[in-house]
Design a protein around this ligand. Structure first.
Ligand code: B12
Length: 436
């Protein structure tokens, strides 16, 4: 039996641009699914960000993984294989949030995590008796998660293939985020020893932990970081600012090789944070928080969302000003997006505020709902202005000059962001690329 596993491109086939042949990271779901596949099956992987999908491939089963923004392309690929009589299974965040919709384009939908289900899907496909829906009855025991088959990835296409997951879920339930809906308010961990064994086996020094909150349970993280420190890796991940409550935790993170964290700050408006259920961020002085992380040699990528009901058109100026004054190492700006499966999506649907149902636009760069305190055009323009300003050369220098020696990796990160954002802005706006 031959199986082809695919992660669809985010946008290229829709906007007519050339596919980029390099990406920062591979999608972890594919090598993990490959590791869950019975040994006698031949598996190949295609990440459409770096390779073309051969729609004529001679395979018996196709598995496609999709976030919401990838769903239209996933359906296009699925339809093409099915037209040739090849069976297709869809899984991942979007098919799990909208299984009936996904089922129109495939032979089976896997809702939720694949462990405990995927081997059964493969067996059913082999016997020609695929069911329409699969969902594990219980949450998988993360002790059983195998080491992903990174050997099947296109090794030269990525900055690192060292993506590792130590936990699943998040202790919080922010209304715009899919994670807690997907994992059902569970927050589960792989045994520390298993994660350490996996990290020790990586050929790269650079490791990305794709956890939603690598420090959400300090007792686990401390045990983990103590052992990780022995391996001499450099790592990046995501964490909530609740980590600052524990000074020892931060020290251990830094000692174990943490050089940067992606932190969801989301908004400077306390009432927006409350509204989104992110009250654990209220009352935190973000500038002090960033300074404390810097003191430990940890760079901060701060994420901000524009478009809350509380956001008037002054939000862009205020946020950019904060980002510069706080010397954030990098900033990720997104337009608020009602992702299916989230409370925020339900709120927008209830209030009749969804204005665009093209899933390809659910990428954080489009306005797909009616904002309350400014027009959709103003929101889009303000978002572009903020990106242009923060990633202009003077913007980068103004923001990062104080950290060049202590956090040199962020020089590279900023230039990489600048390059990507530059080509994005060129594509979507007619205005000059950079603004100072
Ligand atoms: C790492 C990551 C990224 C990386 C992706 C790297 C890569 N090449 O994959 C980067 C940083 C690039 C990224 C970007 C984005 N991301 Co992201 N990202 C994640 C994160 C933190 C981890 C994903 C991961 O690797 N998980 C580990 C693997 C093993 O789990 P998994 O993929 O879920 O797979 C399991 C199951 O879903 C299932 N499964 C998955 N696929 C399939 C397929 C089949 C056939 C089967 C049977 C099963 C199956 O089985 C697997 C094992 O159980 C998740 C959060 C999360 N917890 O999922 C967000 C997440 C996936 N991202 C999200 C979003 C929104 C984005 C962005 C749109 C954000 C933005 N504004 O820019 C962009 C998309 C790019 C774009 N501009 O269009 C959302 C997606 C929600 C949704 N409904 O689509 C998530 C869930 C975060 C959130 N807060 O809601 N992201």
């Amino acid at each position: 039996m031959r199986i082809l596993l695919i992660t669809p491109a985010w946008r290229s086939p829709f906007r007519g641009e050339k596919l980029k042949r390099k990406a920062l990271f591979p999608p972890l779901a594919l090598p993990l699914l490959a590791a869950l596949t019975p040994d006698d099956v031949e598996v190949s992987l295609v990440d459409e960000a770096v390779d073309d999908v051969d729609l004529e491939a001679d395979v018996d089963l196709v598995g496609i993984s999709a976030m919401t923004t990838q769903a239209p392309r996933a359906y296009q690929i699925a339809d093409a294989f099915r037209a040739r009589g090849v069976k297709v299974v869809l899984g991942g965040m979007h098919p799990s949030a909208r299984p009936q919709e996904a089922a129109e384009h495939c032979d089976a939908v896997v809702v939720g995590e694949a462990e405990g289900v995927w081997p059964r899907v493969v067996e059913d496909a082999r016997r020609g008796r695929l069911q329409q829906y699969y969902q594990a009855e219980t949450r998988p025991d993360l002790a059983e998660v195998p080491v992903p088959r990174r050997d099947l990835l296109n090794q030269d296409a990525y900055l690192t293939t060292g993506l590792v997951q130590a936990s699943r879920g998040c202790p919080f339930g922010c209304s715009f985020c899919t994670v807690t809906r997907f994992f059902g308010r569970t927050y589960r961990f792989r045994p520390v020893e298993k994660v350490i064994e996996e990290v020790a086996g990586l050929r790269e020094k650079l490791v990305i932990f794709v956890d939603d909150n690598i420090m959400g349970l300090p007792a686990y993280s401390k045990r983990f970081f103590e052992q990780l420190a022995e391996l001499g890796k450099t790592w990046f991940s995501q964490a909530s600012l609740t980590m600052l409550k524990d000074a020892k935790l931060l020290k251990l993170a830094a000692r174990s090789g943490c050089r940067g964290l992606f932190v969801g700050m989301e908004s400077l408006s306390q009432s927006a944070l409350q509204h989104w259920g992110k009250s654990f961020n209220t009352g935190i002085n973000y500038r002090d928080a960033i300074a404390r992380l810097h003191d430990h040699g940890i760079g901060v990528v701060g994420s901000f969302i524009f478009g809350a009901d509380e956001d008037d058109s002054g939000v862009f100026d205020r946020t950019v000003d904060f980002v510069e004054r706080a010397h954030l190492d990098a900033a990720q700006f997104s337009i608020l997006t009602p992702l299916p499966g989230t409370k925020f999506y339900e709120e927008m649907e209830r209030e009749g505020r969804l204005i665009d149902r093209n899933w390809a636009h659910y990428d954080g760069g489009h306005v797909v709902f009616r904002p309350r305190s400014m027009s959709a055009d103003r929101l889009r323009e303000g978002f572009h202005w903020a990106l242009r300003r923060v990633y202009s050369l003077t913007g980068i220098i103004r923001r990062t000059w104080d950290g060049w020696l202590r956090r040199p990796v962020f020089g590279y990160v900023n230039l990489a962001f600048r390059q990507r954002i530059g080509s994005y802005l060129r594509r979507v706006t007619k205005k000059p690329q950079w603004e100072t």
